[in-house]
Design a protein around this ligand. Structure first.
Ligand SMILES: Nc1nc2c(ncn2[C@@H]2O[C@H](COP(=O)(O)OP(=O)(O)OP(=O)(O)O)[C@@H](O)[C@H]2O)c(=O)[nH]1
Ligand SMILES: [Mg+2]
Length: 401
């Protein structure tokens, strides 16, 4: 089964009720005057973030939502009932985009956050409203106005503090399994992970962070190789990336080359994302002798000087995991504290995030265009690589312990 991290829905607010045209008619009261009441306002549509939802899948099954219309006004000065608002619950972390204009309407980041997405129509006025000294029997009323209608794209990004980046088989899922309660599939073949998942890493009481495991990336991903780059968008909300590398890849490739290749892919996806703090994590050191490890670390120092933070771990032998998690925690706490104390830091972070989102969206759109062009030209090689990227559905597993 597939979960969904993107859904397109249409929302219709209710129409306002019409104003009534009516005159008071009672025995012994001739010419009772106008008594047509106003209509009721149409209901509006709201989205509300809820902690109990993890996916957007329900919206795939039911993509249309309508709030109630206001009732018409009636005689005897009765005002029509207001249409009931419709509130749709969405998972925390949902971004709401107007599908037709491309405008981002809002991000629902905290439980209970509410966003008005379609304003209900305004009520019409009954003829009682038009009574004046010169017109005692007005026949004028106004109709209720239409409710707003919109097509919305909902996007759910995993809300993680730390993102794992790495080639297939580097041990990303093994790492998240070793340090959190998440249990993604682990296997000795590439592209085991096809869907992102999250795990909460608890250091001690009240000190924890969320780690995101995403499918592996290979050279050429920005051009669509492998599973492509669409999963990278899940990393745009993380504060720190861990670049995981297998120190003994089965194909005998040089780990340092593969680090360079993935860094290039990351930059192609989004320069802003590539400029995020990134730590290098050498995994599977149980497979290396002490000497070989020392040599590799010496080479990393010279050949990958951009990495200030380098860790050597083994998820299987459980080596180096504690210092890695502990330092991630401290680094995040520093970032959070700084943002709490310095509003400018928070502002800068918001700017970086929107730059990443825009760049990422553009890269994914470019890739989709290229794929479409290749489909129309079946002779081209990459159209036959056998990977169908049409389906952008992603199962999002949200694991908290
Ligand atoms: N020897 C050794 N093997 C490891 C270590 N960590 C992971 N592995 C093995 O490496 C293989 C791949 O591990 P995964 O965790 O599935 O790798 P991944 O990066 O999630 O791979 P994809 O999901 O395909 O991108 C599995 O067979 C693991 O058992 C380690 O520290 N030492
Ligand atoms: Mg995996």
């Amino acid at each position: 089964m597939k979960f969904v991290d993107e859904a397109i829905i249409s929302v219709n607010a209710g129409k306002g009720g019409n104003g009534a045209l009516s005159f008071r008619r009672e025995k012994y009261i001739p010419r009772g005057g106008p008594d047509g009441g106003d209509g009721g306002d149409g209901g509006s549509v709201y989205l509300e973030a809820s902690a109990s939802l993890n996916t957007l899948i329900d919206f795939r099954f039911q993509p249309r939502y309508r709030a109630e219309s206001g009732r018409g006004g009636q005689g005897k000065s009765c005002t029509g009932h207001k249409g009931e608002d419709k509130t749709l619950e969405v998972p925390i972390g949902t971004t709401v985009i107007d599908e037709d204009t491309g405008e981002t309407l809002g991000d629902l980041l905290n439980a209970g956050d509410r966003l008005l997405v379609a304003q209900g129509g305004f009520h019409g006025l009954g003829n009682i409203r038009f009574k004046s000294s010169t017109n005692r029997a007005p026949r004028q009323t106004t109709p209720g106005s239409e409710g707003e209608a919109r097509r919305l794209r909902l996007e759910l990004k995993l809300l993680a503090d730390i993102g794992l980046l790495g080639m297939p088989n580097a041990g990303k899922s093994s790492l998240i399994t070793a340090v959190s309660a998440a249990r993604p599939k682990i296997a000795n073949y590439p592209f085991t992970t096809l869907v992102p998942s999250l795990g909460v890493v608890s250091i001690e009481a009240h000190r924890s962070f969320v780690m995101a495991d995403i499918p592996g990336l290979i050279a050429g991903a920005a051009e669509g190789a492998g599973l492509g780059i669409r999963f990278l968008k899940h990393l745009t909300r993380t504060r720190l990336l861990l670049h995981l590398v297998d120190v003994m890849p089965p194909d005998g490739a040089d780990p340092i080359d593969s680090v360079d290749q993935l860094d290039d892919e990351l930059s192609a996806f989004s320069a802003a994302l590539a400029s995020r703090p990134r730590w290098l994590v050498l995994n599977k050191i149980d497979l290396l002798s002490d000497d070989d490890l020392a040599n590799l670390l010496a080479r990393v120092k010279v050949e990958l000087p951009q990495y200030e933070h380098v860790y050597a771990i083994s998820t299987v032998a459980r080596l180096g995991l504690k210092p890695l998690s502990g330092n991630i925690m401290s680094c995040l706490e520093d970032i959070w504290l700084q943002e709490e104390e310095d509003p400018e830091a928070l502002l800068k972070e918001q700017e970086t995030q929107s730059a990443m989102q825009v760049e990422g969206r553009n890269s994914i759109a470019e890739l989709a265009e290229r794929r479409a062009a290749e489909k129309n030209n079946p002779s081209s090689e990459s159209a036959e690589d056998g990977i169908d990227d049409d389906d952008n559905d992603v199962e999002v597993e949200y694991v908290r312990d």
